[in-house]
Design a protein around this ligand. Structure first.
Ligand SMILES: [Zn+2]
Ligand SMILES: [Zn+2]
Length: 141
């Protein structure tokens, strides 16, 4: 996408002139307003026990949008114990990133398995190299 080209807003689908963001100015303004509302909401100590659904209900900001603010670390939730959002893998509630611990470790295991199979290929190569060595010894004798 290039500057000043017309494109569709990723939030509302409206055509707008591209300027570094894939959301239109109206949506961009809305996101900033939503953020303000969230910050104002959490400034109130009584609201710091809220879950993400309660917060969404009270503020009118969508759960997805609040999740995005938390992921971007614009909203810091260290002091807000009940605020969490679903893991993209299994739906367990988490407080940062995209995956819960068990999905992350599954993912790591998969990576390790990929590495192990690469390792097997390595030892195949070693075996072949070993064969070559034996041939060489034979040659020397
Ligand atoms: Zn838009
Ligand atoms: Zn998970």
């Amino acid at each position: 996408m290039s500057l000043n080209e017309l494109c569709n807003c990723s939030r509302c689908g409206e055509l707008f002139v591209y300027r570094y963001k894939d959301v239109c100015p109206r949506c961009l303004k809305k996101v900033e307003e939503d953020f303000e509302v969230c910050v104002r909401y959490l400034r109130n100590k009584e609201n710091r026990q809220a879950t993400i659904n309660e917060m969404s209900e009270k503020t009118g900001v969508s759960v997805d949008q609040i999740t995005e603010f938390i992921r971007e670390k614009r909203l810091l939730i260290d002091q807000i114990p009940n605020l969490s959002f679903p893991c993209e893998g299994c739906g367990t509630m988490i407080r940062s990133g995209r995956l819960c611990e068990s999905c992350t470790s599954d993912w790591k295991k998969e990576l390790e398995e990929m590495e192990t199979s690469e390792h097997d290929q390595e030892s195949e190569k070693e075996k072949r190299a070993g064969g070559f060595y034996i041939n060489q010894t034979k040659y020397k004798v």
